[in-house]
Every structure is written in structure tokens, then in C-alpha cells.
Design a protein around this ligand. Structure first.
Ligand code: KG4
Ligand code: ZN
Length: 338
């Protein structure tokens, strides 16, 4: 089963070809980050236009890198939710046209289900059930992966996503968008106890999270220091901030795995690349006898390989769509609309 997948949910135009789910024949990503960096964040209209300019070439390249031609394809998959609506619609429109022209099934894939599937690519032996911590620029969730297409959200952020908070802190320290990875590098060698920052918890909802207070606290901290005509110790701000995010995510991920009765814990999304979170998770998982799955950094951020992999399982489950498929800016991964 050979699937071409298209991903245009945010600021990466991506296409990939998978064979029988976990074997990735090609994966191409055209990032727009340098364009959006000028504005300090993703400009939705610019993202949509850039997807239109790139999607055909990226899909062609994915097919040629895979060493196949269009006639070898068995299905066309596309990210249809959640994301920037205009950006999603470019991919959905393109995938519909291709599936119609080639007379192939159209497989809609939820972006977060795709992020989780990055673990299936990285770890060929990994099978559900397992618990997954998803932390990206738009989502922070604890998801019980009961089966390949059966998910339950056990906890999530009530406000900002962890990645959003990382990007804000990075911006305050002078980095361009998205600054999470640079903040991570800066934190190396910083003192993670120098600046006390809050770790919020939600009353009566131990698996839910909040990052908006932490975001405000780090903004105030930096402002207050600058108002005195001084500069903060940027390395230690980065280290203290990373520790605060990790202290919210890691214990909840362990608790969620225990609550769901899972002995396997996977992580996904751009923030899963964070070195502090990865090392804290490694220690906590070992302490609690949980097998930890940390996908390589290249599979944490947005890509189409993860979509092509998840599409195989969606197709096996009969989750295909017609030419009336729509895109959705928001949609939980456990309640699909098609
Ligand atoms: O999953 P992703 O590529 O896109 C979304 O679906 O949102 O996640 C992007 C987010 C950004 O906020 C970025 O700053 C953050 O992941 N990120 C990191 C690191 N690498 C990427 N945050 C912290 N540490 C990192 N090493
Ligand atoms: Zn993503």
C-alpha cells in the first residue's frame, strides 16, 4: 500500500510517500519560517499563498525521491484538521484534485494523530495501546492511544500551548520566530534555579495544564530587570523557563500513563525536541518503570511522513472521504468529522 500524503496545516508545505504505513520512501518539507520571522509569527494569508506556490513541486519531488511514479500510488492522504483554515484548504483542495484525477481513495488525517504516528515510524516495534504527550506550537495534550485510530484525550492545556510559551519567552530574549529550539540551546549552561517561575496546576483536574501564567511571569521578570537598566542572565532565564515547562509536563505524562494503565509513553510535536524535557522524561520514566519512546528531532516538528504513516491505519479502518471533504481549524483528535 503506497500513499502520498500532503501536509499544509501551518507554515510547512510538506509531502511524503509511505509504504505499508511505517516505511517512509520519501519526505520533503519546504519551510516558510524565514518569511514569517519578519512578522514575529505565522501570517495566515501569507502561509496560504506560499502553500499554493509550493505544493505541486513538493508533491512531485516526494514522488520522484520515492523512486516511483503516480501510477504506483494506492491513496492520497491529506491533513484536514486542525490548523490555519486557509492553509489547510490548500492541501485539501490539492489532494482532492489528485485523488479525483488518479481515481484513488482520499484519506483525511488529523494533524495530531499524525504527530503521534511519528513514533510508529521511529519505533517499528511500537504498537498501541500507549500514552502520548503531544506538545507543539498549537497543542499540549495527554492522549491515550487505545488503537491506531482510537484516541482519548485525558488532559490538555486550558490556555496557551507549551510551544507558544517557549516562542514568547524566546522572543522576549531577542530570538526570531519560532524561537523554541534556540531557547533550548541557550538554556545549556544556564542556572535553572536562578529565576523562580510558577508551575500552575488546575484545581480538580490533575492532568490539565496551563502555561499562560508562566508566560506572563517570564515577561514580567524580563521587563522588571530591564526597567532597572540591567539585562537578565539570558542563559539562566532560558534554563529556568525550560525547567518550569518540564515540571508541568513530565509528572502529568507519567500520571496519565498510570491512570490509563499504560506501560509505554511516547512523545510528539515540536516541543518533544526539547532537551530538558527529554532528559527529565527519561529519568521519570525509568523511575516509574515506563518504557519511553522519544522520536528523533527530525520527526518531532511538522512533516508529511507522519501523515503518510497515520493515513495507512486510517485507510485500513475505512476512514476515507469524498470530494465534499472540508478542512477544520479546530477539532479534537478523538471526535472526527468527515
Ligand atoms: O509540532 P510543531 O513543529 O508545529 C505545530 O504543529 O505547532 O511545533 C512547533 C513548536 C514551536 O513552538 C517551536 O518553538 C517548538 O515547537 N520547538 C521547541 C523546540 N523545537 C521546536 N520548543 C522547545 N524546545 C525545542 N528544542
Ligand atoms: Zn504540528
Amino acid at each position: 500500500m503506497t500513499i502520498l500524503a500532503i501536509e499544509t496545516s501551518c507554515d510547512e508545505t510538506a509531502a511524503a510517500v509511505s509504504r505499508n504505513g511505517r516505511e517512509i520512501l520519501s519526505s520533503c518539507v519546504a519551510s516558510q519560517a524565514d518569511i514569517h520571522e519578519l512578522y514575529g509569527g505565522v501570517v495566515p494569508e501569507i502561509a496560504s499563498r506560499r502553500h499554493i506556490e509550493c505544493v505541486v513541486q513538493i508533491a512531485e519531488r516526494a514522488i520522484s525521491d520515492a523512486g516511483i511514479d503516480m501510477t504506483s500510488l494506492d491513496a492520497i492522504a491529506v491533513t484536514y484538521a486542525p490548523g490555519l483554515i486557509g492553509a489547510l484548504l490548500v492541501g485539501v483542495g490539492f489532494a482532492k484534485a489528485l485523488s479525483f484525477a488518479l481515481d484513488l481513495p482520499l484519506v483525511p488525517v488529523h494533524h495530531i494523530r499524525g504527530h503521534i504516528a511519528a513514533n510508529l515510524i521511529a519505533f517499528p516495534e511500537l504498537e498501541p495501546p500507549f500514552l502520548c504527550l503531544v506538545a507543539s506550537g498549537g497543542h499540549t495534550q495527554l492522549i491515550d492511544v487505545r488503537d491506531y485510530t482510537d484516541f482519548r484525550i485525558l488532559g490538555e492545556t486550558r490556555d496557551d500551548a507549551a510551544g507558544e510559551a517557549f516562542d514568547k519567552c524566546a522572543r522576549m530574549l531577542g530570538f526570531g520566530y519560532p524561537g523554541g529550539a534556540e531557547l533550548d540551546k541557550l538554556a545549556q549552561g544556564g542556572d535553572d534555579k536562578k529565576y523562580p517561575l510558577p508551575r500552575a496546576s488546575i484545581d480538580g483536574s490533575s492532568l490539565d495544564m496551563s502555561f499562560s501564567g508562566l508566560k506572563t511571569a517570564v515577561i514580567n521578570l524580563i521587563h522588571n530587570i530591564r526597567q532597572k537598566g540591567e539585562e537578565p542572565d539570558a542563559k539562566s532565564v532560558a534554563a529556568s523557563f525550560s525547567a518550569a515547562v518540564s515540571d508541568v509536563l513530565v509528572p502529568r505524562a507519567i500520571e496519565a500513563a498510570k491512570t490509563a494503565g499504560r506501560s509505554k509513553l511516547a512523545v510528539a510535536g515540536g516541543v518533544a525536541a526539547n532537551s530538558r524535557i527529554r532528559s527529565d522524561l527519561t529519568r521519570a520514566a525509568a523511575k516509574h518503570n515506563i518504557s519511553l519512546y522519544l522520536p528523533p528531532i527530525g520527526l518531532c516538528g511538522d512533516n508529511a511522513a507522519m501523515i503518510a504513516c497515520q493515513a495507512y491505519y486510517e485507510l485500513l479502518a475505512g476512514n476515507t472521504a469524498g470530494s465534499d471533504l472540508n478542512a477544520y481549524a479546530t477539532m479534537p483528535c478523538d471526535e472526527l468529522v468527515r
